[in-house]
Every structure is written in C-alpha cells, then in structure tokens.
Design a protein. Structure first.
Lengths: 327, 336
C-alpha cells in the first residue's frame, strides 16, 4: 500500500488525482494540507480525506506527495517533500519563474527524488501512437506543426499575476510544448508571442498566439487561449496538426466524446476515452514504488517553462526571443 | 487460476485471447482449432496449449470454455461443454434460432454452470455512458433512438460463412443484434419490428443481404431506427463505424465515428495514397466483458448478459429477418 499525501488543492486537477487514487486498492491517501483553511475543509469534506495542519507531519507519514497548490507555491512544497526523500508528482507548470524551477529540479536531484510532472496529455494512446507514426517515417520529414490548447477562463487564483504567474500563456503553453519535445525529440529554440486581455475583465492575458522554432528545424504555432466561452459544451482541447513531406497527421486528444443535450443541465460533451489522469497516477505509484525515472520528468517541466518565460519576454520586447538551451 | 479453452482461432478468438492475457489475474489458455496452421500461430502468439475438443472437455483442469466459432456451431459446442461441467462464454449471436438458444440456456441451468453471451456493446464506454445518463434522468425519458452500425463485408469468415444467411443469420442477426440488445437494456421489451433488407453484391455465391433497416416499436411506446450494413466496398480506409442518437423528453445524446476521431493520418508513398482515422485507447471493452464473466464465475453471481438476455435479443433480430422477408410488420410474439 503506497501512502500518498497532497500539498495544496488550489488546482482543480488535485481533486481528479485524489478521486483516481481512491478508486485504487494499492494506494492510501493519508491526507491534505492547504494553507487556506476553508479550502482545505471544503476539499477534505468533499473527498472524505483527512486535513493536516502541518505540511511537515503529512510529508513524514507518506511515501509520495502530490503538489497541486497555486503555481507560485510549487517550489516550497516540492522542496519540503524532496528534502525528506519523498517522491513528488507536481502539477504543471513546474513554477512561475526560472529560479524556482531550477531549484525544484536541483533539490530533487540532490535528494535522489524522481520528480514527475503532471503532463497527462503524453499518456494518451493517440499521442503514443503518433510518436510511432513519426518514428516509423510515415510522415516523411516533419516540416511544421499547428497546435491548440484551448480552454475556458478558469478565474480564481489562475488570473492572479503572482499566484498564477501569468494567464493563458502560463497555463496552456506547457502541455503542447512537452508533447512536441517528446514527439520530435527536440528542444524549443525561439519564440515570438502575441497575447492580450481581449475577452474578460481580468488582470492577465486570456488570448495568445505563439510562433516557435524547434531545434529540429520546424516552425510551430500554438494557440494557448482561454477562448472557449462558458457556454461551450467541453472544457477545451489539445490538438496538433503535423505536416510532413509524405503526409499529414491530425491529433485531437480529447475528441472521444459523446454529445449530451439536457434541458435540465444544458449542453455538454462527455469524454468516454481513456482517463489520462488515471494513467498518470498509475505511473506515479510505480515511480514511487520502484524509484525509476518517470515518463514525464522534472526536466520536462523545466524545459517547457523556459519556453513560456521566453514567450513573455517576446511580448515584452515585441520581437523574437532565443530560448536559452542551458537553463 | 482459471484454465480456459478457446474454441476457434479466428478473429474473435484472437480478440478474447488478447483480453485474457491482459488480465491482472493470470489464466492458462488452451486452443481448439481444426486448421493446424491457425492453431500453431495462435499458440505461439498467446502461449496457448493446442488441444482437441474431446481432450478439452475431458480435461478436468479446464473450467471455462469460450466459444468463438461461427454461429451455426454454437449450440452443439455449448451443450457439450455444459455436459462436461464447464462454464461457457459464447460469442454473439447466441444461435441461429430460438430453439437452439433455449437448448443452450436449459442445459446451462441443468448442469448449474455460468453461461454468458458476448453482447459487448454493453461494455463499450460510449454506450455505457448513455445508460448511465439515462438512468440519472438527465435527458428525461428516452422515447426515440437511431443507431447505425456497419462497414465492409466481413470477408475474414472461414469458408465465407458470413455470406450464407443459413449459417450467419444475416446482417440483422450477426451485426444489428448488438444494437437490438443495447436498446433492450435501455428501453425494455420490443413490441413490433418493421424491417427491409437489400443485397447489393452481384456475387452469386453470396446468399445473404448486405444492408438492413429496421423500425422498432417498444412496449414502453418508444420507437427506434436501427441500420446495419455490410455495404461498404472492400479495402476502404474506414472499414467500420457506429453512430447513434438517443432522444429523451428532456434532451438528447449523440455520438458518431465520423467525428470522434482522435488520430487522422493521410500519407502518400510508393504504395499509393493512404488514409486512416481512429480513436486508440488502452482500455478494452472485450477485456472488461470477459473480466465480468470470470468475476461471476469466481463469486458465483449472475452473469451480466444471460442466456435469456441473448435469446430475447436474437428474437428481435429474427423478427427483423422475418419482416424483411415477408415485407410486413412482425410482432415479437409471432417469433417463437
């Protein structure tokens, strides 16, 4: 029985991870710590788990720790777990600045902790199959990619420039960057980004378009906008259109959907495909038990964040920014 | 550990073996297959021991027989297995006529063995969701449904048995029975069926029809349109698909293979153009179905799809066949 604790539940994905863990018979949820007492109480009641007032005592009682706090607090909690030698699953993005991200990776490495990043998209059967299609050369040489990671505007701390570290660009750039780094075995080398607050009255950007250059030569665009209206029947999407010399591949990761029109509850799409969070949690339990390298690592978290930070820099100077390959 | 004899190393035998091998609890597999080459490949692929039907039935280690053979062989294989003290999982359709299905069900009862029939659509997530949403009442009471299931003709059948209505039962009995069965779980018993079918193949050796359409009236008052098809040309890039809409008094649920695609590939090479669309998953409804069966054996509980269920679903399909033949609506009670 693997003992898992949760540090921070500000991110709604934390609820999903806990629910997946509760369905398993090989893991036990020891409890939750959140610095916001009312948030802690609400989550513990809803999920029937034990609240902790002291994060250190929770860490002590666990084999593995899930960090789902506000982005800016990831460092504090990951480091607390790492110095106590506990494996960590960290919500994305890894941090809101380079210094924190590097410190997270360093502390985990120094303490022999295999940091896993919560990049569930890479666990999709379609993305895995896409990797094989590309590696088998069915597309010929990959020439360019156009990608989206749309969502609804999440509100709350996500739109707080300090706690969230930014808006849509910070929230929705890293998933696709991570997937493409893995698919093409490349790094992101340059970015030009345009973004603005165009839809909502919030202090951070809600619409963004990015033009990346990859170390393998391709250009790639990414639409990272919180542009799905509240009335949209699904939370958003992750899509990749990959153009090669021999053909094209279109991936719509969350398109396993049925459409439900309810006069009572409105219109919604329901995903009937594999539960990617479950697959990711399964990996986390294996990593925790075996101490092996996770499929989505802290380095992947750091590398994807450098692309995000370069996008913000591009916006600031209004030009193309080179992404530091050594960070 | 269960020891399972799969009969038939054809398409479904392979699907079942893969599902058994993926289960958390290991099982020992045997294969009964009269074509030696197929048996050998199957044995190598899944680590199954090659045996004969007689040996398998005599083998006291083997507790489960899984019938994956053409429909016209189901009755004899099932009854012999029950008589030998085995639990039986049988692929759909259960049999070609109600008399055979009744014999199978009664023999299972007589020897007190588990008997489940492979109406796997009940385990497909896009259909299971419909049942869950319906049970919650989120779209009110479902009053109307429209289902499509079809693609290219199943040319993989040994000795081309699908092409012979005397051996396969035709497109209603072999294919649309999935939808008849699912509709029954959703809307209850059927009252009346009005169906037509057509043969588009010019192949005179085919004694079957390729495309069927059926209008169902349920006892509850609900109505449904079911379309089953083997009419797509062979070697098409998209060889199979399903679609549905369920209309309730308070809403609607829809789904189609045309739009649920998560991976679409178009390539061109020396071999020519190539198109594929799919929705790959790690979960396997066949594995969930067979796990549910094994669980029923382990815990001595009712199987999720009983012989009685399968018999009722077959009855709807036979009513559709009859209606298509005589070109008038057929009451379910006329099919005995």
């Amino acid at each position: 029985m693997v003992r898992i604790g949760v540090l921070g539940i500000a991110h709604m994905h934390g609820y999903s991870y806990i629910r997946k863990l509760k369905k398993r018979n090989d893991a036990e949820i020891v409890g939750l710590f959140d610095h916001d007492a009312s948030r802690s109480t609400n989550a513990c009641e809803e999920l029937s788990i034990k609240p902790f007032e002291d994060p250190a005592s929770l860490v002590d009682a666990c084999d593995g720790i899930i960090v789902a706090s506000e982005n800016s607090m990831h460092r504090k909690y990951v480091e607390l777990a790492a110095v106590n030698g506990k494996q960590v699953l960290c919500e994305k993005p890894i941090a809101t600045n380079l210094e924190d991200a590097q410190a997270i990776v360093r502390t985990c490495r120094q303490n022999g902790v295999k940091l896993q990043m919560a990049f569930p998209v890479r666990y999709s059967a379609s993305v895995r199959k896409a990797k094989k299609i590309i590696d088998d050369g069915l597309l010929g040489k990959v020439m360019c990619l156009t990608c989206t990671n749309h969502g609804r505007m999440p509100g709350g701390w996500f739109v707080d420039p300090v706690l969230g570290g930014g808006g849509a660009v910070m929230d929705h750039t890293v998933h696709v960057v991570d997937v493409v780094r893995w698919l093409l075995n490349c790094e992101f080398t340059e970015v030009f980004a345009v973004f603005d607050t165009l839809i909502h009255d919030i202090p951070v950007e809600d619409c963004g378009l990015e033009m990346f250059r990859l170390s393998t030569g391709q250009f790639m665009t990414l639409d990272c906008s919180w542009s799905r209206p509240r009335s949209h029947p699904y939370w958003g999407d992750v899509t990749l259109r990959i153009v090669g010399t021999l053909g094209t591949l279109f991936i719509d990761v969350f398109n396993s959907k049925i459409e439900v029109y309810s006069n009572q509850t409105g219109t919604r799409w329901e995903n009937f495909g594999d539960d990617l969070d479950s697959l990711m949690i399964e990996e986390f339990l294996e990593v925790t038990c075996q101490g092996r390298e996770p499929f989505t690592s802290g380095i992947d978290g750091l590398k994807s964040l450098t692309a995000v930070l370069a996008a913000y820099e591009s916006h600031r100077i209004g030009g193309v920014v080179t992404i530091d390959p050594d960070s | 550990m269960h020891s399972i004899a799969i009969i038939g190393a054809g398409m479904m035998g392979n699907v079942h073996a893969r599902a058994y091998k993926g289960m958390k609890k290991p099982v020992a597999l045997w294969i009964v297959e009269y074509i030696e080459e197929r048996a050998r490949i199957f044995s190598e692929r899944f680590g199954a021991t090659i045996t004969t039907l007689e040996e398998a039935l005599d083998n006291r280690d083997i507790d489960i027989v899984d019938i994956c053979t053409p429909t016209f062989t189901h009755r004899d294989l099932a009854t012999k297995s029950f008589e030998a003290g085995k639990h039986v999982f049988c692929e759909k359709p259960v049999a070609l006529n109600l008399a055979d299905a009744r014999v199978m069900k009664q023999t299972a009862e007589k020897f007190d063995k588990k008997f489940m029939v492979g109406h796997v659509v009940r385990f497909f997530h896009e259909y299971r969701r419909v049942k869950e949403i319906s049970d919650k009442g989120d779209i009110g009471k479902i009053v109307m449904a429209r289902l499509f299931r079809g693609g290219s003709f199943p040319a993989h059948g040994i000795d081309n048995w699908f092409s012979d209505i005397e051996r396969s039962g035709g497109v209603f009995v072999d294919l649309s029975i999935h939808d008849f069965d699912f509709l029954k779980t959703l809307l209850g018993p059927v009252e009346e069926v009005e169906a037509r079918s057509i043969a588009i193949s010019a192949d005179s050796s085919r004694r079957d029809f390729d495309h069927g359409m059926a209008i169902l009236r349920f006892k509850s008052g609900a109505i449904a349109h079911v379309e089953g098809s083997w009419a797509e040309p062979p070697k098409m890039p998209v060889s199979f698909g399903t679609a549905y809409e369920f209309v309730g008094t308070g809403g609607m649920i829809t789904n189609s293979y045309e739009r649920e695609v998560t991976l679409r590939l178009q390539t061109s090479s020396n071999q020519g153009p190539n198109y594929s669309q799919e929705n790959p998953t790690f979960s396997d409804p066949y594995a969930e179905e067979l796990e549910a069966f094994v669980r029923s054996v382990d815990e001595n509980t009712d199987v999720p799809v009983s012989g009685e269920d399968a018999l009722d679903s077959l009855r709807i399909a036979l009513a559709a066949n009859l209606s298509a033949r005589i070109c008038r609506p057929v009451k379910i009670s006329e099919v005995v």
